[in-house]
Design a binder for this molecule. Structure first.
Ligand code: DHB
Length: 308
């Protein structure tokens, strides 16, 4: 089955890749993503300096999904600027995720990383886990100002990782801004920010940072993810490449994202829980599903979700 895809004219041999944050902080993790069957290597969101991140436990997984408050642990962009050229030997696209605690952080990382030419840059507008730093993606004008500055620096295709929106008015405002700026792709969605998971036996929270609040991922967020993929697919008339993320644990989940309009998908919680073997399993499940349904390739069903 042909599971290849393209985002902003970059070819991917498989539409499946890791979500930024999942098993992609260290050189070893990035190399493991290079060696496995994923279609790309996506880095952890990078900041100017090395960050240890938040105190542990900071990730907790349970049947409905996961909650995390990692706090942007990463090696700092100078390390990723050294590692990225070495990852080219795996001959798959490299997506560098950049973040920051303030706009100048983003610009600094964008300059250094553009210089080593990753295939794509994903600007993370949606880290929910830094206390006192609200997700930029929820402030349309702050996002616009930042992205316009980044556009002057970044010379490879540049996309944005968006937080989930929960109202059509917010989808429309974000889409207008992204159209004005001229981003090349969307990554939709980041974790559902600041949820709270409770352990009723222990009568306590399950992760240490921020009183137990953290970003939700996995199965429980799939309908939110699908709604955001669909909303942006429609607002851009199917002409904006969308990477769908959120709640993918089976080939059927990938298929649902593609029906809503995703050109590729990213795997977070299921990758952390299962390891890089998840890509081969999903590839097989998706191939079998498409075959059973009589599709010859992914592009035959992209965006074709029927309405009643
Ligand atoms: C972290 C979590 C995110 O959802 C994100 O987009 C960036 C960073 C984190 O806590 O490390």
């Amino acid at each position: 089955m042909d599971l290849s895809t393209a985002i902003a004219d970059v070819r991917f041999s498989s539409c499946l890749m890791n979500a930024s944050g999942a098993l992609c902080v260290t050189r070893e993790e990035l190399e493991a993503l290079g060696e496995c069957r994923s279609g790309a290597i996506v880095t952890k969101s990078m900041t100017p300096a090395f960050r240890q991140g938040n105190p542990e436990p900071r990730y907790y997984s349970f049947p409905a999904g996961s909650i995390n408050s990692m706090g942007l642990p990463n090696l700092g962009y100078p390390a990723y600027a050294r590692i990225i050229p070495e990852l080219r030997r795996f001959e798959k696209p490299i997506i560098a995720s950049i973040a920051g605690l303030s706009p100048p952080d983003f610009l600094e990382a964008a300059r250094a990383i553009t210089a080593v030419s990753p295939d794509l840059i994903e600007v993370n507008l949606s880290c929910p886990n830094i206390h006192g730093r609200p997700q930029i993606g929820y402030d349309v004008e702050a996002s616009r100002a930042l992205l316009l500055e980044l556009k002057d620096i970044v010379t490879v295709p540049m996309g944005v990782k968006l937080p989930p929106y929960f109202d059509p008015v917010h989808h429309e405002a974000a889409a207008r801004m992204l159209q004005d700026v001229g981003v090349d792709f969307l990554s939709v969605i980041n974790s559902v920010g600041n949820g709270l998971v409770v352990d009723p036996d222990e009568e306590r929270v399950v992760i240490r940072p921020k009183g137990g609040f953290g970003g939700l991922g996995g199965t429980m967020i799939k309908p939110v993810a699908l709604a955001n993929v669909r909303a942006f697919w429609k607002l851009f008339d199917g002409r904006m490449p969308i990477i769908g993320t959120g709640g993918i644990v089976s080939g059927t989940d990938v298929f649902e994202h593609v029906l809503c309009g995703a050109s590729a998908v990213q795997i977070g919680t299921a990758l952390v829980d299962e390891g890089v073997g998840v890509f081969q399993r999903l590839e097989q499940e998706l191939s079998e599903l498409l075959q059973r349904k009589g599709y010859a390739s992914l592009s035959d069903c992209r965006g074709t979700l029927r309405e009643l």
